[in-house]
Ligand binder design. Structure first.
Ligand code: RP5
Length: 176
């Protein structure tokens, strides 16, 4: 199949703007944090389990789907030998935001290195290990969308203002 000529779908208000994929169902508790952020900012998304190792044939078809749906980006979480984000990035020009899931054996350093250490030419934006990374990948996706979507821009700005205010309002600190 000629992926370059995949037709691009015109986005409707309900069509997914962000793809969230993960290497295993066991990654879900981490990646759920990304879904929570996307939900709270009213950003339509879709979720899939895709494994670079266990379902390799699904990677090129998901990459083609991402282009057809005109997704703004793909958030890809994986742990251990975390090849999913990099392999997806090799198959598509859609930006891939990689989330290193904390692994049982090496605490997620293996995941981080596997995702961050891409060869020059095929970039993956890499976030922190675990929950903070999942949350920030979704906020980064929102920031990408905010460059062209006024509604997302306003909701993202409101989130940041509330976050700042919650620190200022914390009675633990002096000066309140
Ligand atoms: C990776 O292997 C997945 O992303 C997951 O983090 C890790 C372990 O997967 P399971 O053995 O728990 O399915 O591919």
């Amino acid at each position: 199949m000629d992926r370059v000529s995949e037709p691009v779908q015109i986005n409707t208000p309900d069509s997914p703007r962000v793809g969230v994929v993960m290497g295993s169902r066991s990654d879900f508790p981490t990646m759920e944090g990304a879904l929570d952020v996307l939900k709270s900012l009213d950003i339509p998304y879709e979720v899939r389990v895709l494994s670079a190792h266990r379902t390799p044939d699904l990677l090129p078809s998901y990459a083609a789907r991402a282009e057809r749906l005109n997704l703004a980006c793909i958030i890809a979480g994986a742990g251990g030998a975390a090849h999913l984000p990099g392999m997806l990035a090799a198959f598509t020009r859609v930006p891939v935001l990689g989330v290193p899931v904390q692994s049982r054996a090496l605490g997620g350093l293996d995941s981080l290195y596997s995702i961050a250490q891409m060869p020059g030419g095929i970039p993956v934006a890499t976030f922190a290990i675990g929950a903070a990374g999942a949350k920030n990948a979704a906020l980064f996706a929102a920031a990408i969308l905010a460059t062209t979507d006024e509604g997302v821009r306003q909701r993202l700005s409101a989130f940041r203002q509330q976050q700042t205010q919650s620190v200022l309002d914390d009675p633990f600190f002096e000066g309140h």
